[in-house]
Ligand binder design. Sequence first.
Ligand code: 5GP
Ligand code: MN
Length: 541
Amino acid sequence: MNKMATKIIYFTVNGRPEQAEFSVNCSSQDVKDLFRSAAEAGPHDILKLYNRKGNIINISSNLEPNNPNSCYKLEVVASGCNSEPLGVELAGALGFDLSSMEKRLQCLEKKILIEAGNTPAVIYEMKKQVDLFREKLESVEHLSWLGLFKDLSESTHKPSPFYHKRALHKTKDECEHVREKFLQMSCLEVSEEVRQYLKTPTFDNWQWEDAEIMVLLQVMYTDLDFIATYNIETEVLQQFLFEVYRRYNNIPFHNFKHCFCVTQMMYGLMWLTDLRRKMDSTDLLIMLTSAVCHDLDHTGYNNAYQINARTELALRYNDISPLENHHCAVAFEILEKKESNIFKNVTLDQYKRIREGIIKCILATDMTRHNEILSKFKSILSLFDFDNKEHKDVLMMILIKVSDISNEARPMEVAEPWLDCLLQEFYNQSDIEKLEGLPVTPFMDRDKITKPSSQTGFIRFVLLPLFIELANLFPCLEQQIVDPVRKALDYYTEMEKALAREKQDRAPCENAVKIKDIPVAQSTTDKRQSSGLDASKPDTQ
Ligand code: 5GP
Ligand code: MN
């Protein structure tokens, strides 16, 4: 077989690591096109590729292969859309850009398919990005003048043939497949070793697929004795877990695996703090079920977006915790059906208490209430009384809040991929906010936020103050969850310093580029300042 020789180029674009694979005899134009697509650059944008020393290198087929440690950096040093206001020119450029990009990618894919036999991940990823971009443009009504808008409420919308993309909601086939697997697996006995591991904050969710996760959730209900205490029928619990699985969406962060992690941390905290001896079983049932349901049907856009975009949810709930109200309403929609009502055998009074508890816990996960809830907890901490209902209510809210934002308390190899997922969802929201002309949520802005900058502030000002207060009530948590969070803070502080050093080292070279190479009319904001253009002019991107 004649296998074509290829070379691999490692590079970063907007801080995001990428790798490209070229056949050794592809043309320079192919290489340029590929980098242009990776940078999401238009045909008139200027791209520069830097090596580790900060020197500019030529983007051509002669590009030296490198390795992840000698990664190149790709930058759009000037983009061609700030000299004109938004208008026909941009529309033309975008329209042309998109279809030509799609065509070029298709050609490239075809070529590589013939040569390599399969579509490399980098091409697949680029196709996904191009399609996502088209989808964004198509979904924004007031950008309809671009000629791309599609009214999704009409059934005429067909999925793009360009690549097979996953819809927000799970498909019937997807669900049925997982349900079958889950039911098959649930007959198997889960080992004692796994049952013990499940009680620890070091549990690695990434090793388990969704059907297995459903079995693990079933184990939690069993091992906390809920099945026996509340007379929960196995089929009803399984149908409940299936409905829950079905109503978490295909989004990067607020998905079924996040539901599991939050629930598993809650479960772990219950065992670590020996909570079964301190609170009654119904409180534990409320907390575990709240964790399971707390982000049901999240669409990947937070409350600020819901309110600013005046979504259906914001209108329905009058801007008051629209998401959390919705998660809770979906939970009770599931519980209203008798086939999935795990509380169907409890008394009316018990049901009322459980419903009130779940509502309280899920609504407490709205982060805009963080200070309010933490202050309340601090004020009762010195005289905390496990027999006082009000004290217990606040503790339940604190426990779900801690579980909800506990990724950084987990081992680094578990936590770090979660941060990538979170930033993917954040960046997606801010991209849409920019497209729709809505206020851009600052901590989601891909132009401002990096992995370390996102974590250092969050850990210092949100996570640690919360976790430390909980550890004041349960000192064993100091070692179990506070220490790992402190380590994560050190890790991201170091990463932040390294990035700052790298930026400083590159600065003189970047200045040289600005002065020598950038056409004045095509500069971006900061370059505009250095070239004397009006920096106050709003950015049109
Ligand atoms: P949730 O939306 O999951 O119910 O509430 C938790 C919110 O806290 C997330 O949406 C996100 O805004 C924030 N959050 C949780 N974990 C992290 C983290 O590790 N880093 C940052 N920067 N924010 C987080
Ligand atoms: Mn959550």
